[in-house]
Design a protein around this ligand. Structure first.
Ligand code: ASP
Length: 344
């Protein structure tokens, strides 16, 4: 039988014309020339609906995303590095109780907060990651220290905390991470489990809020980072994609910087962040086509809910997700936008 090969763009058009249940989010327009900087952020993806959101809550998320974006944009505007922009933006989001990272992280089955983070430098392809840390105030800073001050990429648990103490990273009482909303979410999931309804999706009820940032600086260097508390009611030191280089985070100056959010097991299985990079480098896809193919085709087919933010070496930006919403924003010189819902 003769195999019919559709060219990439035609295939994408065919696929998307068959999948029009939800209005797609407006793509970010391409810059005319490489901008002096570009930055994109996310604060988690999932079933985020206008009808479930009070105007006050919506306003707090918009304001928080806007403040986080300002942190990174100011660094980049002043000639700072993409790595500093990524680390400082994520640090701000980790300290904000609205998001599932640092303060505001979701609770494990045992009622603890176990935090995961990773960062990658597109210029050197060095990376640092930490998993299941419980006393580190800003896991993204520890991930950067692992990258810069250790011969390793990935440290977990007590060893990671020991490394933090030895390297002057701020430690905190685990109570710092507590928020009533996340605690209540754990109680709700456990009560449902006790009734054996088994219907509650741990990620859906975690109210999302993993945070991430991708940036391009004026030297053309890309960087990406991601930080999370993972999923509500997680057990057995479960790690998601966020601290896994190639799954939740990836950056390489030859193509793009990517930070993901979503159902971590799928993002690990399909090496999502690296897949975007590979499609660009090996197949010559544009940033947006690569992100669409991975998030709205591959992940949809496999059942993996979530999204990603990405910046490429020419300053293109993609904010792509297959869930109902994603807290997100981006900035380039003269351009700036913060969004929550799909139809924005
Ligand atoms: N990706 C995170 C994890 O699986 C959760 C999220 O992004 O909502 O741990």
């Amino acid at each position: 039988m003769k195999k019919i090969v559709l060219p990439g763009a035609a295939f994408l058009m065919l696929f998307f014309s068959c999948n029009q249940q939800n209005p797609a989010p407006m793509p970010v327009p391409a810059p005319v020339a490489r901008p002096a900087y570009a930055i994109a952020i996310h604060g988690g993806a999932g079933t985020i609906r206008r009808e479930d959101m009070s105007p006050e809550k919506e306003q707090s998320y918009q304001a928080a995303l806007d403040s986080a974006l300002t942190i990174g944009e100011t660094i980049l505007k002043n000639g700072g590095t993409s790595l500093d922009a990524v680390e400082q933006t994520i640090t701000w989001l980790e300290n904000c109780p609205l998001f599932n990272a640092g303060r505001g992280a979701v609770f494990t089955h045992e009622g603890k907060n176990e935090l995961d983070a990773s960062i990658m430098d597109g210029a050197t392809q060095k990376a640092g990651a930490v998993g299941s840390v419980m006393t580190v105030k800003n896991p993204i800073t520890l991930a950067r220290a692992v990258m810069e001050k250790s011969p390793h990429v990935f440290l977990t648990g007590r060893g990671a905390e020991q490394f933090a103490a030895e390297n002057g990273i701020t430690l905190t009482d685990p109570k710092w991470f507590f928020t009533q909303e996340r605690w209540d979410a754990l109680q709700k999931i456990q009560a449902e489990d006790a009734k054996k309804s088994g219907s509650l999706d741990r990620r859906t009820d975690s109210k999302f809020g993993t945070v991430g940032c991708a940036a391009l600086d004026n030297k053309g260097n890309l960087a990406a980072g991601t930080s999370t508390g993972g999923m509500t009611d997680k057990r057995w030191n479960r790690l998601g994609d966020s601290p896994v280089i190639g799954a939740g985070t990836y950056a390489s100056n030859d193509a793009c910087a990517v930070s993901c959010t979503g159902h971590g097991e799928y993002f690990i299985r399909y090496a999502v962040a690296h897949d975007v990079w590979a499609l660009m480098v090996y197949k010559g896809l544009s940033l947006n086509d690569a992100c669409e193919l991975v998030v709205n085709k591959k992940l949809v087919e496999k059942g993996g809910e979530g999204g990603l933010i990405a910046v490429d070496k020419d300053g293109n930006i993609s904010l792509t997700f297959n869930s109902e919403g994603m807290y997100r924003g981006y900035a380039r010189p003269g351009e700036r936008k913060v969004m929550i819902y799909k139809e924005q």
